[in-house]
Design a protein around this ligand. Sequence first.
Ligand code: ADP
Ligand code: ZN
Length: 299
Amino acid sequence: MALYGGIEAGGTKIVCAVGSGPDDMRAEVRFPTTRPEDTLDKAIAFFQEQSRSAEISAIGIATFGPADVNPSSPTFGFITSTPKPGWANADFVGPVQQALGVPVGFDTDVNGAALGEYRWGAAQGLDTFLYLTIGTGVGGGGMLGGKLMHGLVHPEMGHMRLPRDRHRDSFAGICPYHGDCLEGLTCGPALQAHWGVAAEKLPPDHPAWELEADYLALALHNLVCILSPQRIILGGGVAQQPILLPLVRQKLQTLLNGYVQHPAIIDDIDTYVVAPGLGNHAGVLGAIALAEMATRNTE
Ligand code: ADP
Ligand code: ZN
């Protein structure tokens, strides 16, 4: 069985792993995301060490963004406009490809996670679905008609605008670009800024969760109406609050108000809005799945 390397690159930490799928993960390291030179050196050294015992056929990178994921662009494989020190316009794929000499797949963290869920998790057998993460930021990716979503650049679902009742909630939001976009209102740091407590410390009966679920349900309503996904997977640290998914499901049904007439929404909402099938490993397995796809693309 072919072995792949996966790099899950987050704004705060990088996870590198070698394996062929969820039942065959052979080695994993994680380290903080520092400047690109140091971070890439550490990742490359890990894969060089690993490839002494078994050949690695390809590397997949599932990264924070914004990133250039268009293979025909001159800056394919670069991080583009991030405020993260050193990473703006940094080449991510180039150094990895040069050092390891294998195909390198590159996509957003959320498209990677979506591909992993398609391959081994909660989206098996579907061709049109979404993966959203509610974590340090909010992002969304997925497949449309069996293809990972790309376009002008890549979707930025986390930055959609939502209708708001400012008498009920006057929080200005924390997105540096938009203030109260979806990410600005619902990511973990937004909850912390709004309520003065880390998201994981907010008890289930705190009013924060009702509001959080209202905003997420509005976002999902828009996504259901625009993309008609067959399923929506909600990952990320904030979605680990156990009451959040049930609240979002119920509010999404209420908002849609019977308009989208499909049993998946009317009767089976519990299997329509779901947690990642791959749990905490969705990210790094997504990167492994991107590597697997990169070998297929070069055959
Ligand atoms: P990242 O987005 O950086 O990959 P995570 O998906 O783990 O990381 O998200 C981190 C965010 O999730 C933090 O803001 C943290 O406060 C929040 N978080 C982590 N665990 C929980 C939890 N059990 N309940 C609610 N929020 C959580
Ligand atoms: Zn925004």
